[in-house]
Design a protein around this ligand. Structure first.
Ligand SMILES: NC(=[NH2+])NCCC[C@H](N)C(=O)O
Length: 494
């Protein structure tokens, strides 16, 4: 396509009509071509299927199982493990759609790119804006969670930080959340050193976190009481579905491998495998830990506990050392979420900046490290400031709606391309025709409806800001939008 014309990224003199522009699609061929551009492409291909799986597991396993499990038990009762299975099935239905798309469009923009190729610029922007919730905003919230564990660990060692440094200005006596700031900056510095280095550190941490969860399960099973599972549904089925919506957060992240398409050695083969493998690993761990936790303590016990897994380990082993190891590992576990999610966000922004959706700084690839150095720094600093200063509670909840929405779009993209482009080579194909993607979108819609009203309002406000940004900046800088009708048509057919 002729989008190489440098004037194309400048504001178009005669932009296409709004509806026309919102529906303009980007051809898959030109997406792949973009990845070869020396200034904005040129990421280094270093990841095999193992590291890709570790990226997805790294981005997924964290606060959900360490913190949210405790909040979900009082909602669902002993059937909390069922809530994990329900949320896991929803995630899996969409994960296979991600796998099909990632094998077909092996770039780094994840669902943003899939939407651009199928549903047009308008939906792609909405999706990209949702991804900022899924990645940048959620990881700021996750960092605040990590900070709680850091502060707790410091306290065990008698080195408590003053209250002004343990929370942002919203908390009583808080000024800045220092630990959250440091966690994010640490991850940023690591990512700036290079993708491969970060990948190695992430892999080591993933093993640590799988290790502590297995350790937890073994300890908890020594105190297993089958009686704790009766009655299974004290809150009825509604309790289980409500809990499923809230534990869905713990599955967010399996899609992280799809932001590494341009750094994978063999993306078409390995991305689908990594996405599915990570889902299997994560679901198994969650159900194992949930069953072990309920076996060890009656469900009412969780109502008053704040860090249930650590407390159970402490009560059963009565060992301070075990608690210390657990707390440190939890911090590391969450650090790897921060590393991989910041990584993903910087790659999504890189892809969006190539299209003119966000400013060019996000798209410059350093020839020295083969990574988007400046974009990573800017993203990291913004997330660090957010984590250090801003109350994130409700915004973090809106993450799940944003993510579910993006998942919905990916399911629709699969169906769309099956109809429109049956000829495209697919390295992985979702079985049973459109049934699974249809079920996938319905399951996502169901969980979205189940999330509370306030969350919807916050999500609506977030989207409103997104619309303003689109009309103030992205619409006018869009490369696809700047193409003449003839060039646009020719590009699509290429
Ligand atoms: N895009 C993301 N991976 N966001 C963070 C998700 C949080 C993760 N699932 C956890 O339980 O900690």
């Amino acid at each position: 396509m002729t989008a190489r014309d440098p004037s194309a990224s400048a504001p178009a003199t005669d932009p296409p009509r709004l509806t026309n522009q919102l529906l303009r699609r980007k051809s898959i061929t030109s997406m792949v071509e973009d990845t070869r551009d020396a200034s904005t492409g040129g990421l280094r291909r270093t990841f095999g299927v193992f590291q890709l799986t570790m990226i997805s597991v790294g981005a997924t396993l964290g606060t959900g199982i360490l913190v949210i499990l405790g909040e979900a038990v009082p909602i669902a009762g002993p059937a909390v493990w069922l809530a994990f299975i329900l949320a896991g099935i929803t995630a899996l239905l969409s994960a296979v759609s991600y796998a099909e798309m990632a094998g077909m469009v092996p770039v780094s923009g994840s669902s943003y790119s899939y939407s651009y190729a199928t549903l047009g610029e308008g939906m792609a922007w909405i999706c990209g804006w949702c991804l900022v919730l899924e990645y940048a905003v959620s990881v700021a919230a996750v960092a605040v969670g990590a900070a709680d564990y850091v502060n707790e660990t410091l306290r065990i060692f008698g080195m408590s930080l003053p209250p002004s440094l343990t929370a942002g200005p919203e908390g009583e006596g808080g000024v800045i959340n220092l630990s959250a700031l440091i966690v994010v900056l640490l991850a940023t510095v690591l990512l700036m050193r290079g993708a491969k280095e970060s990948g190695v550190v992430n892999t080591i941490i993933v093993f640590v976190k799988l290790g502590i969860l297995v350790f937890f399960a073994i300890v908890a099973f020594t105190a297993f009481k089958a009686g704790n599972f009766a009655p299974m549904l004290p809150m009825g089925a509604a309790g289980v579905t409500a809990a499923a919506s809230s534990v869905f957060f713990s599955y967010i992240g399996f899609d992280a491998a799809s932001t590494a398409g341009e750094e994978a050695k063999n993306p078409k083969r390995d991305l689908p495998r990594a996405i599915i493998a990570s889902m299997v690993i994560v679901t198994t761990m969650y159900v194992l830990v949930a069953v072990a936790a309920i076996g060890a303590r009656q469900w009412q016990w969780f109502e008053t506990s704040t860090a249930p897994l650590v407390q159970i380990v402490h009560e059963i082993t009565s060992s301070n050392f075990a608690v210390f190891v657990f707390a440190v590992s939890a911090v590391l576990a969450i650090l790897s979420v921060v590393i991989t999610v910041l990584y993903g966000q910087s790659r999504i922004l890189l892809t969006m900046s190539r299209d003119g959706m966000v400013p060019k700084v996000f798209g410059i690839v350093s020839p020295r490290t083969g990574t988007p150095l400046v974009g990573t720094l800017v993203t990291g600093v913004l997330v660090a400031i957010t984590a250090a200063l801003i109350p994130l509670g409700e915004l973090a909840n809106a993450t799940s709606i944003g993510t579910l929405f993006a998942f919905c779009l990916v399911n629709l993209a699969v169906i769309y391309l099956r109809v429109k482009r049956p000829d495209l080579p697919r390295s992985f194909k979702v079985p049973f025709g459109p049934t699974i993607p249809i079920l996938g979108s319905l399951a996502c819609a169901f969980l979205m409806v189940n999330l509370g009203g306030t969350t919807w309002i916050v999500f609506g406000l977030w989207m409103l800001v997104g619309f303003v940004v689109y009309f103030a900046y992205s619409r006018r800088h869009s490369r696809v939008g700047a193409l003449s009708e003839a060039d646009y048509r020719a590009g699509l057919e290429a």
